[in-house]
Design a binder for this molecule. Structure first.
Ligand SMILES: CC(C)(COP(=O)(O)OP(=O)(O)OC[C@H]1O[C@@H](n2cnc3c(N)ncnc32)[C@H](O)[C@@H]1OP(=O)(O)O)[C@@H](O)C(=O)NCCC(=O)NCCS
Length: 174
């Protein structure tokens, strides 16, 4: 049985901010918005960001976040400011910890937080059509595929032109 300690970021320190930049660089995702996100985390309204540490609480195993503002991903409204619909984003497990069930654990934590703590009615997510671990996790958590669409992102800091097919999934409160 895997176990992690979760921590909700409230006032990101420089180390925590740098950890987010670091994980995004490893994932091949842009890091140019990290300072903006840290500000949103401090406002506690738009973005709930979780760090997950190992049992000894010495290593950061992964992160993820819930976006609760009015957020659109490729034209699809994936979250509402009243938190009725929230979006699971930025899910990342450090490669040295992958394949041990931690991804499933942190996604479950985030989804439970949305339904049980925020009182949301719908939780949403997007992933790459070829991201098998991510698809398996969210299907197992009861998410249903709603839409597939082609994403064609402009190149941004650290990331070359990015074109891929994305899967949009939702889970409604039981
Ligand atoms: C996606 C990610 C969070 C998964 O984390 P993880 O800890 O490795 O996942 P888990 O160990 O919980 O495994 C989840 C499922 O994927 C399967 N899986 C794991 N690695 C796999 C691989 N390389 N290929 C296919 N399936 C794989 C597991 O068997 C498990 O399925 P099961 O429950 O049916 O057995 C992690 O790989 C990651 O951070 N990737 C980079 C960032 C990313 O893609 N984030 C998701 C964006 S939506």
């Amino acid at each position: 049985m895997v176990k992690l300690y979760e921590r909700l970021l409230e006032d990101p320190t420089k180390e925590e901010r740098d950890a987010i930049v670091h994980m995004r660089e490893i994932a091949g995702w842009g890091a140019d918005q990290v300072d903006e996100w840290c500000e949103e985390i401090r406002q506690k309204k738009k973005l709930f960001w979780f760090f997950y540490e190992d049992e000894e609480r010495t290593k950061l195993v992964g992160v993820n976040a819930l976006i609760t503002s009015s957020y659109f991903f490729e034209g699809v409204q994936v979250s509402n400011p009243d938190e009725s619909k929230v979006y699971v984003a930025h899910t990342f497990i450090y490669p040295e910890f992958s394949g041990r069930g931690y991804g499933h654990l942190i996604c479950k934590f985030c989804v439970d937080y949305a339904f049980d703590v925020l009182g949301s009615s719908i939780v949403t997510m997007f992933t790459h059509v070829q991201n098998e671990p991510s698809l398996r996790i969210f299907r197992k958590l009861g998410f249903e595929e709603k839409q597939r669409l082609k994403v064609d992102w402009e190149p941004h800091e650290g990331v070359d032109n990015w074109i891929y097919e994305a899967v949009y999934m939702e889970k409604s409160r039981q």
